[in-house]
Design a protein around this ligand. Structure first.
Ligand code: AMP
Ligand code: GLY
Length: 423
C-alpha cells in the first residue's frame, strides 16, 4: 500500500515510524514532514491547511490511504475534502471533529448523555459571563470554545482574575475567534490521565494510558506548552478507573456522537481527571496527542495499518488491540525559551547515535535539513523516547538517550515521569 500522512511533528514521526514497520506498506508520503520523517517517507512542502493541494498530491501519488495527524485540519474539514476526492482517509470528518473543535459542543454532549464531567455554563456574551461569576466559587476554569493551540484554558484563583480572563478571551480575542463563545467550568482536583482510543463509529477500543507534562519547567512550574514529555502506562489508571470509564464514558461518547448524527471514526483522546468522586472528562481531542502518540504507538503490538483500516471500514470489533507489557517515556528536547521566544537554526549533533538501538527513538518535531546538516526549526525539537521493562527503567533509558544528542540552547525538563515514584 501507499500511504500519505498529513502533519510534520513528533506525533507524525511516530505514526510514520509505525507505518514503516508494517508489512503492508510499500511507500510512504508525508506533508509537510520534517527532517526525521524524510528518512522514512517522501515529503512535500505542502501545509496542513492547504486542502486542495493535499488532495491533488494524494491523487497524483495514487495513495491507498491518508492519515491526518493534527487537530486544525481535522476540525476545518480536511477529511471531507479528501473523501469527496475519492480517497480513503483515517480521521473524523468535520461534523465529528467538532468533539474537539468546540468545547461548548462537547460539554453539552456530555450533559445530554450523562457522561461525567465538571459542572459548567456556556456564554456568548462577556457581560453575562461576568455576572455569572457572582454565583461561582474559586478557583474557576475559563475555556475559549474553539481551538487555541492548547492555550485557551485559564485557571483563575479569584474573582478579579476571572473578570480579566473573560475580557481577554471574549473582548480582546486573545485566542482569536476561538473566544466567540466560552465555557466557565468548575475547578476539579485529582490526577490527570490521557486515554486514547480507536473507534469506527460503533465499536471503541482503548489504547494503553499515558500522561502528559504540559508546563515548561520542572515541578509543573512555568507556562503551559504543547507538552514537555509523556509516560505510558499511567500507574493512576487502575483497573477500577478503567471499569468505570468503560461503563460511563467510552462507549457512551461513541454512542452519543452517533445519536447526534455525527458518527466519529478515528481517534478519540479522553483527557480524564480522576477526582474523589470518580473519573470525569476534562476534554476530548479528535486525534493522537503529541507527545502521547510517541509513548503509546511505540508500545502497540498490532500492525497499525490493520487498525486504521478497520476504523475506516467499520470492522474494528474484529481487531484484538494489544500493547506490550512494558513502559515508555518521552522527554522533549526543546529550544531554550520555548514557549515564548527562542532561536532556531542550531545544528543538531549526534542523531546517528540512535541508529540500530532497539527500544530507543528520536522523534523529530521541529527540525529541518539545510545542506547536509539537520538544524532546529521550532520550540519543541526532538522527542527522545525509550522503552523499559517498567516506568523507572524507561525513564532512566530516556534520560540517558537525551545525552546522545546535542544542540546549542537545548532545554528539557528533568522530572518527566517523576510522579511514578509517588504511585
Ligand atoms: P483542556 O485543554 O481542557 O485539557 O485543559 C488544559 C488543562 O487545564 C488540563 O490538562 C487541566 O490540567 C486543566 N483543566 C482543564 N479543565 C479543568 C478543570 N475543570 N479543573 C481543573 N483543571 C482543569
Ligand atoms: N499533549 C496534549 C495534546 O496533544 O493535546
Amino acid at each position: 500500500m501507499k500511504i500519505l500522512v498529513v502533519g510534520g511533528g513528533g506525533r507524525e514521526h511516530a505514526i510514520v515510524t509505525a507505518l514503516s514497520k508494517s508489512k503492508r506498506v510499500d511507500k510512504l508520503y508525508c506533508v509537510p514532514g520534517n527532517a526525521g520523517i524524510e528518512e522514512l517517507a517522501e515529503c512535500a512542502p505542502i501545509g496542513v491547511m492547504e486542502f486542495d493541494k493535499i488532495a491533488m498530491y494524494a491523487l497524483e501519488k495514487q495513495v491507498d490511504m491518508v492519515v491526518v495527524g493534527p487537530d486544525d485540519p481535522l476540525v476545518a474539514g480536511l477529511v471531507d475534502v479528501l473523501e469527496t476526492a475519492g480517497l480513503k482517509v483515517f480521521g473524523p470528518d468535520k461534523k465529528a471533529a467538532i468533539l474537539e473543535g468546540s468545547k461548548a459542543f462537547s460539554k453539552d454532549l456530555m450533559k445530554k448523555y450523562n457522561i461525567p464531567t465538571a459542572k459548567y455554563e456556556v456564554f456568548e456574551d462577556s457581560v453575562k459571563a461576568v455576572e455569572f461569576l457572582n454565583e461561582c466559587s474559586f478557583p474557576i476554569v475559563l475555556k475559549a470554545d474553539g481551538l487555541a493551540l492548547g492555550k485557551g484554558v485559564l485557571i483563575c484563583k479569584d474573582y478579579d482574575e476571572a473578570v480579566a480572563g473573560i475580557h481577554e478571551i471574549m473582548d480582546d480575542k486573545k485566542f482569536g475567534s476561538a473566544g466567540n463563545k466560552m465555557v466557565i467550568e468548575e475547578f476539579m482536583t485529582g490526577r490527570e490521565v490521557s486515554v486514547l482510543s480507536f473507534t469506527d463509529g460503533k465499536t471503541i477500543k482503548i489504547m494503553t494510558s499515558a500522561q502528559d507534562h504540559k508546563r515548561a519547567k520542572d515541578n509543573d512550574e512555568g507556562l503551559n506548552t504543547g507538552g514537555m514529555g509523556t509516560f505510558s502506562p499511567s500507574p493512576f489508571y487502575t483497573k477500577e478507573v478503567d471499569e468505570f470509564c468503560h461503563k460511563y464514558i467510552y462507549q457512551a461518547t461513541v454512542d452519543a456522537m452517533r445519536s447526534e448524527d455525527r458518527e466519529f471514526k478515528g481517534i478519540i483522546f479522553f483527557g480524564l481527571m480522576i477526582t474523589k468522586d470518580g473519573p470525569k472528562v476534562l476534554e476530548y481531542n479528535a486525534r493522537f496527542g503529541d507527545p502521547e502518540a510517541q509513548v503509546v504507538i511505540t508500545r502497540m503490538k498490532n500492525d497499525i495499518v490493520d487498525v486504521f483500516e478497520a476504523c475506516i471500514d467499520g470492522h474494528l470489533e474484529n481487531i484484538d488491540l494489544q500493547f506490550e507489557d512494558n513502559a515508555a517515556v518521552c522527554v522533549i528536547l526543546a529550544s531554550d525559551g520555548y514557549p515564548v521566544a527562542y532561536e532556531k537554526g542550531k545544528e543538531i549533533r549526534g542523531l546517528e547515535n540512535f541508529k540500530g538501538k532497539d527500544g530507543y527513538y528520536c522523534f523529530h518535531a521541529g527540525s529541518k535539513k539545510v545542506d547536509d546538516k539537520i538544524v532546529t526549526n521550532g520550540g519543541r525539537v526532538l522527542g527522545i523516547t525509550a522503552i523499559g521493562s517498567d516506568l523507572k527503567e524507561a525513564r532512566k533509558n530516556a534520560y540517558a538517550a537525551c545525552e546522545w544528542v546535542d544542540f546549542d540552547n537545548k532545554y528539557m525538563r528533568h522530572d518527566i515521569g517523576k510522579a511514578i515514584d509517588e504511585a
